[in-house]
Design a protein around this ligand. Structure first.
Ligand code: FAD
Length: 419
């Protein structure tokens, strides 16, 4: 039996944005926190390093939407399309893909949109104390977000998703070509319409955000251990130790926040969650200043252009090809070509390509839950396309669950056993 004080010990597996925010909030809750990860917080191995930086309280549009079936063949056949399934991986991915298709039903989409909005609406509130304490408030810019359309009927064709936002109180304005030009003159004049969401924002350097929050946590006493968790030693009430490539470490409670790698570890803990990697790419054009102020998404081509501390980042695409296959940087080159259409003034600059593993559930929402099997295990993974948005909120929720307090939002939609 552990003493009350010792029971405050908690081990977080994974030091991406989810693990690091959880560590910070657990620390605030009075826990003695250890974080285990072979990678450095904020380094390129993490999905949290290379994302587009969007921090969007109004993000409530699932990836799988009604009409998905109709678009899939077009996307799969288009080499420049936003979704690609590597044929050799198809048999492994099929169960996940079928669940993904099933989550595109209208009634389910509405439920998912509610869950996404409930989680994301608190993002800035939950980042605020963390970035303030860590002294990195400068990393968060709240300049809004733009969706731009080449098709003059674009916003009308997006009526369903705009309706989902409106019904959930998300503020937006539909702009014509002139209004767009006034707001964001850096964009090529190929865009006929736009939707502007003034309350969204972005991180100007997601890797530095994770690193800064981790450094702050370390200064406050969180121990960061460079090791890979390979398994667990189970006692009568759950794991009593994690088994790592650097040896055995005793644990009292565990938070599983290992991003796209969480599925295999959850299975070792007796919980099977459909989790796969939705591989994404970015091209960073270092030193490029095209004059972009507001993060901009091409509604038709499904990529994001983000003005970052170090230059312009073009990010996007989903590649279903598993955790092991080497990157196909041709997909990043597509982003650069598309970026040059968006910014004809984009010349020069050092180009750096990156691939990362989004931890994707088929229904676009994460698992934030206490294990039914082992009450000393908490799950915090599967944040897919929105982990940066949800990172701060997930951290707070995990600390509430660990402390046995009522949670800030209803966590039923995020249960591990919903699949
Ligand atoms: C191109 C692209 C654009 C994106 N844009 C956005 C955006 O604009 N806004 C947004 O909110 N989200 C965005 N995302 C998604 C976001 O980046 C992810 O949801 C988020 O980074 C997931 O964070 P995480 O901490 O769960 O995973 P990660 O950052 O991947 O961290 C997981 C950590 O677990 C560690 N780990 C793995 N296995 C083990 C093990 N066995 N033992 C110990 N540690 C282990 C890994 O080393 C890693 O450090 C984007 C993603 C991509 C790819």
């Amino acid at each position: 039996m552990v003493s009350a004080d010792a029971a405050k010990q908690i081990t977080v597996i994974g030091a991406g944005i989810i693990g690091v925010c959880s560590a910070n909030y657990l620390l605030r809750e009075g826990f003695d926190v250890e974080v285990i990860d072979p990678a450095l917080p904020g380094s390129e191995a993490q999905c949290s390093y290379g994302n587009a930086g969007g921090i969007c309280p109004g993000s409530c549009i699932p990836n799988a939407m009604p009409g998905l079936m109709k678009n899939i063949p077009k996307w799969l056949l288009d080499p420049e399309g936003p979704l690609f399934v590597r044929l050799s991986y198809l048999p492994q991915a099929l169960p996940w893909l079928l669940r993904y298709l099933a989550s595109a039903r209208k009634e389910r989409v509405v439920e998912i949109a509610d869950a996404m909005r409930s989680l994301h609406r608190l993002t800035f509130d939950c980042y605020e104390p963390l970035v303030k304490e860590a002294g990195c408030e400068d990393l968060i810019a709240r300049r809004g977000q733009l969706f731009v359309y080449e098709d003059p009927q674009g916003p009308e064709k997006s009526a369903f998703s705009l309706g989902l936002r409106r019904e959930r109180g998300v503020n937006f304005q539909v702009l014509n070509k002139d209004e767009l030009r006034q707001l964001e003159p850096a964009l090529a004049p190929i865009y006929q319409r736009a939707v502007y969401l003034p309350d969204q924002g972005q991180a100007k350097n997601p890797g530095r955000l994770v690193a800064s929050l981790a450094e702050h946590a370390a200064r406050q006493g969180v121990r960061f251990i460079r090791a890979r968790v390979e398994g667990f030693e189970l006692g009568a009430h759950g794991p009593v130790a994690v088994l790592t490539d650097q040896g055995r470490r005793p644990v009292e409670r565990v938070v599983l926040a290992a991003g796209a790698w969480s599925g295999a570890l959850a299975r070792k803990l007796g919980t099977d969650v459909p989790l796969d990697t939705e591989r994404g790419y970015h091209v960073m054009v270092k030193g490029a200043d095209v004059g972009l102020r507001i993060q901009t998404l091409s509604a038709e081509r499904k990529f994001v252009a983000s003005p970052m501390e170090e230059g312009l980042r073009l990010a996007g695409t989903v590649e279903i090809a598993g955790l092991e296959a080497p990157p196909n940087y041709a997909r990043a080159d597509i982003l650069l070509r598309q970026g040059r259409q968006m910014f004809p003034q984009l010349h020069g600059g050092e180009v750096k390509r990156w691939m990362g593993h989004r931890p994707g559930t088929p229904d676009s929402i994460p698992v934030i839950d206490v294990s039914r099997r082992h009450p000393n295990v908490l799950f915090a993974f599967g944040h897919g396309h929105q982990g940066l948005i949800a990172g701060s909120v997930t951290g707070k929720l995990i600390s509430e669950l660990a402390a046995g307090r009522p949670t800030s939002i209803d966590l039923r939609p995020f249960r591990a056993d919903r699949f």
